[in-house]
Design a protein around this ligand. Structure first.
Ligand code: SF4
Length: 390
């Protein structure tokens, strides 16, 4: 069986181009200098000039300098739904990463334009599952005689063509909030799940929420022949985890949990399910960014927390809750580099171009990909109680 070689781009983000990648696509803009003291005022003026024609979405992991201009903040799925609920907005400026803008384009009307202020804002996790690799993997599953009984499930954090692959093969999309009910849905329809692209979310959900054994999960490595798995291993597995991970959450360590417990007596450790299984096992609570935000809002005054998620969000939460002690879990983990590509100069540039009538950095998903990706998204939305969730 062939394997598709996809070395990750090593060039400086935003300085060269790789049309196959979520990342590293050159931003053509003539950006204002970051030192321009008028940037905040320029962004305000451009936003006011565009009025209701514009809707700005800000992901929780965005910088403060950008998030202040967001009309709504949230995780990727909440933001895509917010975009879909604003049919009057001609321009949706998405302060997030590429796959999120794609989802917004899939869920909005054809005449609405989705704009990503910096085209280099991709997601390394989404890049770890390319369509050709996933199609090869499906062939490996077919050769092992298990494709017919496998339901592909992809995390929201994947490119539109991977969502469309799932739509085409009777599969579904999940978020970090609903992965358990999505996996239950999948197991009502098949004997196995191919979980893309985040092995950690897949493993944490299968083992800790569905009660499967670790030995019932295998990891498919797209860089090894046949994924590094035998037909017997595929036949015995319940969950086939794609070998992908988040380059931010995947770096939190179990040692950091021990360390913070030693440093802060009584601390509660709260981590995102994209963290490694051994980190999640040691944590007190695990949940999506929306869950982390709500948990801290409801936490009693004086309580101490160590949070394992992206640093921009943790800093913002610490500032929002001065009555609680909120620490970042790990010393060596920092911001999501690609999320951080969206800065004030890029936002000002994109908004001012719109004021002048130039649509820049528009993200479009072709009609066929959109149709199948929408099918996979719709199966998730049709799950009982799903529309009420964040
Ligand atoms: S935090 Fe992780 S999953 Fe989110 S955009 Fe960054 S690399 Fe991708």
């Amino acid at each position: 069986m062939t394997i598709t070689s996809t070395p990750l781009s090593l060039f400086v983000l935003g300085k060269e181009s790789d049309p196959q990648s979520e990342r590293g696509v050159e931003c053509p803009g003539d950006l204002p200098p970051a030192s321009d003291p008028a940037l905040v005022e320029r962004a305000r003026r451009a936003k006011a000039a565009l009025g209701d024609r514009l809707f700005v979405l800000g992901h929780h992991y965005q910088r403060d300098e950008v998030i202040q201009f967001a009309d709504v903040t949230g995780d990727s799925f909440k933001l895509a739904r917010e975009a879909a609920a604003r049919p009057e907005a001609e321009f949706i400026v998405f302060c997030g990463v590429h796959f999120m803008a794609e989802s917004a384009d899939i869920l909005t009307a054809p005449e609405q334009k989705v704009i990503l202020p910096d085209l280099a804002a991709g997601c390394s996790m989404a890049d770890m599952a390319r369509l050709a690799q996933v199609e090869d993997a499906w062939d490996v599953l077919a050769a092992a005689g298990v494709a017919d009984v496998t339901v592909p499930v992809t995390y929201m954090n994947s490119s539109a063509d991977i969502k469309a692959f799932c739509g085409r093969h009777g599969g579904v999309v999940c978020t970090s909030s609903n992965a358990k009910s999505v996996l239950e849905w999948a197991f009502q329809r098949g004997e196995k799940v191919l979980f893309l692209p985040d092995q950690h979310l897949g493993r944490n959900t299968a083992v800790l929420q569905l009660g499967l054994g670790l030995d019932e999960c295998v990891v498919y490595d797209p860089h090894r022949p046949d994924g590094g798995l035998t037909a017997e291993q595929l036949a015995a597995a319940k969950v086939i985890l794609w070998k992908g991970h988040c380059s931010v959450h995947g770096r939190f360590t179990a040692e950091a949990v021990d360390d913070v417990r030693a440093r802060i007596p009584g601390v509660k450790v709260l981590v995102h399910p994209e963290c490694q299984h051994e980190v999640v096992l040691k944590a007190d609570l695990v949940g999506s960014t929306e869950f982390i935000i709500k948990t801290l809002e409801q936490a009693p005054e004086g309580s101490a927390w160590a949070i394992g998620t992206e640093l921009n969000l943790v800093k913002r939460l610490a500032n929002a809750h001065p009555d609680k002690q909120i620490a970042f879990l790990e010393k060596t983990v920092c911001y999501c580099a690609t999320m951080n590509r969206i800065d004030l100069p890029h936002l000002v540039w994109a908004l001012e171009q719109l004021v002048e009538g130039n649509v820049v950095n528009q993200i479009t998903v072709d009609e066929e990909t959109s149709r199948y990706a929408r099918e996979a998204l719709q199966r998730m939305l049709d799950l009982p109680g799903e529309t009420a969730k964040d």
